[in-house]
Design a protein around this ligand. Structure first.
Ligand code: ZN
Length: 126
């Protein structure tokens, strides 16, 4: 399954430390580029607008933890929106809004999911 969605990347600072480039076998100061690229989350490929770092000498992509974490957050956010999986914060917001206990909310959520699955499988016909 292919997800074509764009999500505005987070504003990350330009790196000031050197990162090892496996191609050049030395530490280099990466060049940040903002572009659209694919980030797989489980069975989906999310197309995100994020930031990546590249070696200025050979163009090889460098692994930068903060950048990767930010890109991952964006991709997960998309994944959640697409699959209907809600985030822990959303659960908390809904529970507070309707004043539900954790158990009540869980029951509701399970029923909703079963109904949705049934509709998808054509079990519920109008
Ligand atoms: Zn390099």
């Amino acid at each position: 399954m292919y997800l074509k969605l764009l999500y505005k990347g987070l504003d990350l600072k330009v790196p000031t430390r050197n990162i090892y480039c496996g191609n050049c076998e030395k530490e280099v100061l990466g060049v940040a580029k903002e572009d659209n690229f694919e980030y797989p989350v489980r069975n989906l490929v999310c197309k995100i607008n994020g930031k990546r770092l590249f070696c200025p000498d050979c163009g090889n992509e460098l692994f930068h933890r903060e950048y990767d974490e930010a890109n991952q957050r964006i991709a997960f956010e998309l994944y959640r929106k697409e699959t209907g999986i809600i985030s822990p914060k959303e659960i908390k917001d809904i529970r507070e809004k309707y004043d539900l206990t954790q158990r009540e909310f869980h029951t509701y959520w399970v029923l909703e999911k079963l109904l949705f699955q049934g509709m998808k499988e054509g079990l519920c016909r109008r």
